[in-house]
Design a protein around this ligand. Structure first.
Ligand code: CO
Length: 145
C-alpha cells in the first residue's frame, strides 16, 4: 500500500520574485538554493529549502498558463501543498477507489525528473494537493566498471 512520507514543498504564486524574496529569504532567513525556469509550466521558480522540505515561489512567465490564470483570478498566494508518496501510481489507484476527485489520474512529469499528480481541492478541504514521487536516485558508478 502506498503511503505519504513527508511534505515535499509549499508552492506560492507571486507577481514579483524579488519582492517575494525580500520576505522569504531576506526577512525570514530561508536560503535561496536556486531558481529554475520550467518551460512546460511557463514559470520561473525559486527554491528555498527548509528542514527536508522547501518553499517554492512560482512566477508565471506568460499569461496563458495555469499559474498565470491563477494569479489573474485570485491574486498571489498559496497555490498547492506537495506531499511525497512512496508509490504514486498505487496512491492514485487507492484514492480513486475511495472516490477522491483527481485532476491527474496518471502521473505527469514534475520538476527535477519527479513524477507528480494533482488532487482536486473539492476532495481535500479546499487545498490543491500535489502528490510527488522523486526521480529514482542514479546508481553509484562502480570504479573500474
Ligand atoms: Co509543486
Amino acid at each position: 500500500m502506498a503511503s505519504v512520507r513527508r511534505v515535499d514543498h509549499l508552492a506560492i504564486v507571486v507577481e514579483d520574485l524579488d519582492r517575494a524574496l525580500a520576505f522569504w529569504r531576506d526577512a525570514l532567513g530561508l536560503p535561496l538554493a536556486r531558481t529554475e525556469t520550467l518551460p512546460e509550466q511557463q514559470a520561473e521558480i525559486a527554491f528555498l529549502p527548509l528542514g527536508g522540505s522547501q518553499v517554492e515561489l512560482l512566477r508565471p512567465t506568460d499569461t496563458e498558463s495555469g499559474i498565470a490564470r491563477f494569479l489573474a483570478k485570485r491574486g498571489p498566494g498559496l497555490h498547492h501543498v506537495s506531499f511525497e508518496v512512496t508509490d504514486l501510481p498505487a496512491m492514485l489507484r487507492q484514492l480513486k477507489a475511495r472516490g477522491v476527485r483527481l485532476i491527474n489520474e496518471q502521473p505527469v512529469p514534475g520538476a527535477g525528473g519527479s513524477q507528480v499528480a494533482f488532487v482536486h481541492p473539492e476532495s481535500t478541504g479546499g487545498v490543491l494537493v500535489e502528490l510527488c514521487q522523486p526521480a529514482a536516485k542514479p546508481r553509484r558508478v562502480q570504479h573500474g566498471a
